[in-house]
Ligand binder design. Structure first.
Ligand code: HEM
Length: 233
């Protein structure tokens, strides 16, 4: 655990950190606005933002820096069991990026985020009726449950490894060998992602029906084509 060859190395590049805190922010805002008819268009736009962020993270998981790649942290059941066995013995193995158990939690967080966003979009297109609404709520609830588990696991992991992992997700630096690090910050990629997701949210918030166009009572938006809205303006 106190291996002197492990130094504070850049593990999470800027795109991963921008993705993480952007994802957490959009998730929190979507939960806060989910029941509000007044903010319905912003809520819908946040859903598009979540999907855009996930699309970027999938791409970065294929071509990004080493610790960000799926191939680096999505491991087989043997590796997960060995890691959990290490925890049970009070000697969890150190990993520069996500540990084998955490890697699967990340895949599930991305998968549930995508499934929640897509089911919300289908509901918004008036596809699937009430069962789609139920499915969307179920997925959103499961996503929230997993986020709670994720935050608890980060606290537990930080205690086990005696390293503040939340701070590491802010600074990008963790105890690791230099060869295990990200190598580059890729700040421009992060700026591009933030700008692109901001544009997606801004554009879709404008294109989605606003509060006055929301059907009475249920909060179900009345589909109004953007062109038709322009005519009304
Ligand atoms: C205060 C709240 C949060 C804290 C402190 C936190 C902290 C962290 C930390 C430390 C990691 C890296 C774990 C590791 O070292 O293996 C991480 C990864 C991750 N977290 Fe969170 N998290 C928070 C909220 C959230 C929320 C709300 C979501 C989802 C909506 C989320 C989704 C993720 C994802 C997808 C990753 C993987 C990042 C990547 O590889 O791109 N987190 N989080």
């Amino acid at each position: 655990m106190n291996d002197p060859t492990r130094l504070a190395v850049l593990v999470w590049d800027w795109p991963v950190r921008a993705f993480h805190w952007g994802f957490a922010l959009l998730f929190a805002l979507a939960y806060a606005l989910g029941d509000s008819e007044r903010w319905r268009n912003v809520y819908v736009a946040l859903g598009y933002g979540v999907l855009a962020l996930i699309a970027f993270r999938i791409m970065w998981g294929l071509v990004g820096t080493r610790p960000a790649r799926f191939a680096e942290f999505v491991r087989g059941p043997g590796a997960v069991l060995r890691y959990l066995g290490g925890i049970a013995r009070g000697r969890p193995a150190a990993h520069a990026g996500h540990n084998p158990a955490g890697g699967w939690a990340i895949v599930a967080l991305l998968g549930l985020g995508a499934a929640t966003g897509i089911s919300g979009w289908l509901r918004y297109q008036d596809l699937g009726g009430e069962s789609m609404e139920d499915l969307h709520e179920l997925l959103a609830g499961a996503w929230l449950g997993l986020v709670v588990v994720h935050i608890a696991a980060v606290v537990l992991s930080s205690l086990l490894h005696r390293e503040n992992l939340a701070l590491a997700m802010l600074t990008g630096r963790k105890r690791a060998r230099a060869s295990e690090g990200a190598g580059h910050q890729h700040a421009l990629v992060a700026v591009g992602v933030i700008a692109a997701v901001g544009l997606v949210i801004g554009w879709t918030a404008r294109a989605s029906p606003v509060a006055s166009e929301v059907g009475p009572g249920t909060g179900t938006p009345v589909a109004v084509a953007p062109a038709a809205r322009k005519d009304e303006d």
